[in-house]
Design a protein around this ligand. Structure first.
Ligand code: AP5
Length: 211
């Protein structure tokens, strides 16, 4: 199964991707996670991407498109994949179309998770992440058992640089200008989901579409 999860920052793409990928045994390809991993390792991509990520702007298309091309050609993507956070511009969507055509494959589902801005700000400003294993927590809904410590690996939790309120507001603005036009681009295939429900209700709504 080949799926795209669309939606504004903090709408729950990563949270839902985890369950979907386990259910259908497909790789979770998050451009945000790949970029953060590059930043952590100080790679060339990481060094160029960090300045954009820290202020909530998009990393240039050519960097992202090359990264995705390489990832989709890996063996584990043969039976399907879930794209989380890609595409984010019309240019990226067009490149993805070309790439899929060259690979003679097509997308099965495009799901858009919709959440109002104020809920997003509330959610993301309470998010904590583990830089070691990637587990995500939330001081409102998914509290770590031990304060500021990852339940899964015991590593110290932190707040993402781009989860500060002023940066979140910029990410929402960038989303509206550069990413929201994808809803029209994919209008024939897209299914909208109300992402304001609780996490398991949103999961059930998505699984109803995918099954
Ligand atoms: P990226 O990491 O992709 O960030 P994002 O899309 O802004 O998404 P988030 O990871 O913030 O949120 P999410 O939708 O995954 O929500 P989550 O499940 O974590 O990108 C970061 C940066 O990288 C970008 O700003 C850009 O600079 C760069 N980048 C990445 N991809 C790019 C691309 N293609 N092109 C150019 N640049 C790119 O949930 C959020 C919180 O809410 C969590 O705490 C969670 O527990 C909680 N939560 C989730 N669902 C619910 C619910 N239903 N109810 C209550 N709480 C919930």
């Amino acid at each position: 199964m080949r799926v795209i999860l669309l939606g504004p920052p903090g709408c729950g793409k990563g949270t839902q991707a985890e369950v979907i990928c386990k259910t259908f045994d497909i790789p979770h390809i998050s451009t945000g996670d790949i970029l953060r991993n590059n930043v952590k390792r100080n790679t060339e991509i990481g060094l160029s991407a960090k300045k954009y990520m820290d202020i909530g702007s998009l990393v240039p298309d050519e960097i992202i498109i090359q990264m995705i091309k390489e990832r989709l050609l890996e063996d584990d993507c043969k039976e399907g994949f879930l794209l989380d956070g890609f595409p984010r511009t019309i240019t990226q969507a067009e490149s993805l179309d070309n790439l899929l055509e060259q690979m003679s494959i097509s997308l099965d589902h495009i799901i858009n998770i919709d959440v109002p801005d104020e809920d997003i700000i509330n959610r993301i400003s309470k998010r904590l992440s583990c830089a070691n294993c990637g587990e995500v927590y939330n001081l409102l809904y998914k509290v770590p058992k031990k304060e500021m410590t990852c339940d899964s690996c015991g590593f110290k939790l932190h707040q993402r640089e781009d989860d500060k309120e002023e940066v979140i507001r910029n990410r929402l603005e960038v989303y509206r200008k550069q990413t929201a036009p994808l809803i029209k681009y994919y209008k024939k295939k897209i299914k909208n989901i109300n992402g304001s429900k609780n996490i398991s209700e949103v999961t059930n709504d998505i699984l109803d579409i995918l099954k």
